[in-house]
Design a protein. Sequence first.
Length: 421
Amino acid sequence: MRLTVVGGGSTYTPELVDGFARLRDTLPVSELVLVDPVADRLELVGGLARRIFARQGHPGRVVTTSDLDAGVAGADAVLLQLRVGGQAARERDETWPLECGCLGQETTGAGGLAKALRTVPVVLDIAERVRRANPDAWIIDFTNPVGIVTRALLKEGHRAVGLCNVAIGLQRKFAALLGTDPGEVHLDHVGLNHLTWETAVRLGGPEGEDVLPRLLDGHGDAVAADLRLPRPLLERLGAIPSYYLRYYYLHDEVVDEQRIKPSRAAEVAALERELLAMYADPALDEKPALLARRGGAFYSEAAVDVAAALLGGGGSPYQVVNTVNGGTLPFLPDDAVIEVPAAVGPAGAKPLPVPGVDPLFAGLMANVTAYEELALDAALRGGRNRVFRALLAHPLVGQYAYADQLTDLLLAHNREHLAWA
């Protein structure tokens, strides 16, 4: 089995490689190809990847290349984890929206739109090359904003599934609080990428007992603290939102914090410098503990599960993925991309039935879905007015003056990455 990681020079990659090494019975990778245009980073990460495989007795071969076409040739699955513009672009995404009093964040709001505009054309070019190399290959997208990127891939007919680590992270945390095995915890997880709620926490499978009330009653303070949301809010919602809902429910508070604290991009850039220095040590043959602070917890387990299921080798029977709505949530367009539990196999991901959704959640989902449709249109066709319309539609912007000013700021900070600007 040949797997290719585009963006293989990322400091995230050793987390992924560690999962491939530990879970080789689930996903028997014979060749892992790391593709990245930044050769010096790629060699550091590739060297550590080979040492991780060797330490854990994995027989697979690790190949590094800056040649995308060579890297995807013959791949059974291609994982996308790229960042167009690097951490410098992320730093800008997290700062210029604050000039309007709006959230600065890399996956939602104005910054998230900027990332989508930079990313979608690049991902679609990669996907076309994958299709030419092997039309049966699966594309697993980790590249944010996952919902918009996955929608772009599916719109163009690519064999693609989007993946995020929010659900698996919450599953693991809830299992620890409940004192049970993570495999026993099934989440009624509903929403869009980075806009999701756990409406039930079931033990034993999709039809199991809902222990969410017990979880909140016994561990509500811990859950709320982890999400950085007020416990009374969780109780009044009757659900557990992802931590990205903090940007909506506490928007002004978060903006005030962002104005006085270093950006997350600056923190990540400093972490990356430390990590790359560690990766250069030829004695290092395991992922360092520092990597946990980089984010992406349980990313490797989610990737292995999805890849194994798509390639017919097993994996968990039900997994939370980003896939086409197809009527699952009747209040959204059929071609919207939603994030829900699905049965994943060689034919793709089929969402499980979703019970009625609280209008409080459905309304916000519908609003953000409309924004995502407009954002994708702007990413595919360009134009200042399309960017403005997407910003005006976003619930974290939503005012004419803000949308107009943010459009100018977005274009000023991203012209080098936008062929039409």
